[in-house]
Each structure stands twice: as C-alpha cells, then as structure tokens.
Ligand binder design. Structure first.
Ligand SMILES: [Zn+2]
Length: 72
C-alpha cells in the first residue's frame, strides 16, 4: 500500500477519489475479473453511466469500504 491519495479516473480530473467503480467487460475479461475505476464525488455519475450503458458496471462502493474489503 502506498501513502499516495488515490485520484479520480476521469480524464483531466485530479480530485481525490471517493468511490470505486468495479466493472467487467465480458468480451475480454473472465466473469470473476474486476477492473476498477476511481471516482471523485463529481464524476461518480458520469463514469457509472459510461460503464452502465455498456453493461460493464458491477458495483459502486465507497473507497474506504473497498479498501476494507481488499484488506479482509
Ligand atoms: Zn473527478
């Protein structure tokens, strides 16, 4: 784990990430595989919509909760 603050994945955004968007592209990923994007409060909806319309979005979780899960 690094001490660096996770940054939002939206293009050009340098805001601290608050959300983790877990997604999967069934054409290139196995079903259990999870790719993640990070999102700030402002870009959560935008990024979720981007993944949602493609049917890729699996989960949207607060970053703190995601890290707790990963650590478990
Ligand atoms: Zn952002």
């Amino acid at each position: 784990m690094s001490d660096e603050t996770p940054i939002c994945s939206a293009k050009g955004c340098r805001a601290a990430a608050v959300w983790v968007l877990a997604w999967n592209n069934p054409k290139i990923h196995t079903p259990e595989r999870r790719k993640t994007w990070l999102a700030c409060e402002e870009h959560r909806e935008h990024l979720s919509a981007f993944l949602g319309v493609r049917g890729f979005l699996k989960d949207v979780v607060p970053l703190s909760e995601w890290e707790a899960r990963e650590g478990a």
